[in-house]
Design a protein around this ligand. Structure first.
Ligand code: NAG
Length: 200
């Protein structure tokens, strides 16, 4: 029994230390958040591509809204954010961060039942700007949030640039993220399609 407990504790320790390593190594800490999240967020595209630890993927592979899972407590609301701190490039991030997805008031981890303030848009790193980091963070809400104003569809870039995930969390008293992960991507043929979709 003790041996089993020790084994479980060390598995958890290994998992969380890789989350730490990846967030630190790729400087998501401190560029986006001051410390790494304790839990690895599960993000999976089209039921087959799981992304984590700064994996390199193509914009084509991540064009559809992914399934995101975390260990949710009962009777608790969560906020999910996805941001690109490398807009328009990691070396000159003057539009940092680009808001790719923002859903508040998610009951448990049922993202579809949350309130999408900004609908999911995939990765659109401009040509010749190298790899961008795409960071997913989940925050536990102390209570249901009341945020008025229009919702941003997946056809619009309104209000998406110069967003700050961590400031948003501070403003709404969400504390530090409870889970997170990220991938990296650079330009491919899907990017011009996405950019024309975002013209509205
Ligand atoms: C945009 O959102 C609509 C409505 O939610 C959805 O049907 C459509 O598939 C989305 N388009 C893309 C490219 O994600």
């Amino acid at each position: 029994m003790l041996r089993l407990a020790v084994a479980i504790v060390s598995i958890l320790a290994v998992e969380s230390s890789t989350v730490n390593d990846a967030f630190n190594w790729h400087e998501v800490v401190p560029d986006v958040i001051p410390g790494p999240p304790p839990e690895l967020l599960k993000v999976s595209y089209d039921n087959r591509l799981s992304v984590k630890d700064g994996d390199i993927v193509t914009p084509t592979q991540v064009m559809h809204k992914p399934v995101v899972e975390w260990m949710a407590e009962p009777d608790t609301y969560y906020t999910l954010m996805m941001v690109d701190p490398d807009a328009p490039s990691r070396s000159e991030p003057r539009l940092r961060e680009f808001k790719h997805w923002l859903v508040i008031n998610i009951p448990g981890n049922d993202v579809a039942r949350g309130d999408a303030l900004a609908d999911y848009v995939g990765s659109g790193p401009p040509k010749d700007t190298g790899l961008h980091r795409y960071v997913f963070l989940v925050f536990k809400q102390p209570k249901k949030l009341q945020i008025s104003g229009a919702r941003v569809s997946n056809k619009s870039r309104r209000g998406r640039t110069k967003f700050h995930a961590y400031k948003f969390a501070e403003h709404h008293h969400l504390g530090d993220p409870v889970a997170g992960t990220f991938y990296q991507a650079e330009y491919d043929d899907y990017v011009p399609i996405l950019h024309s979709q975002l013209k509205n």
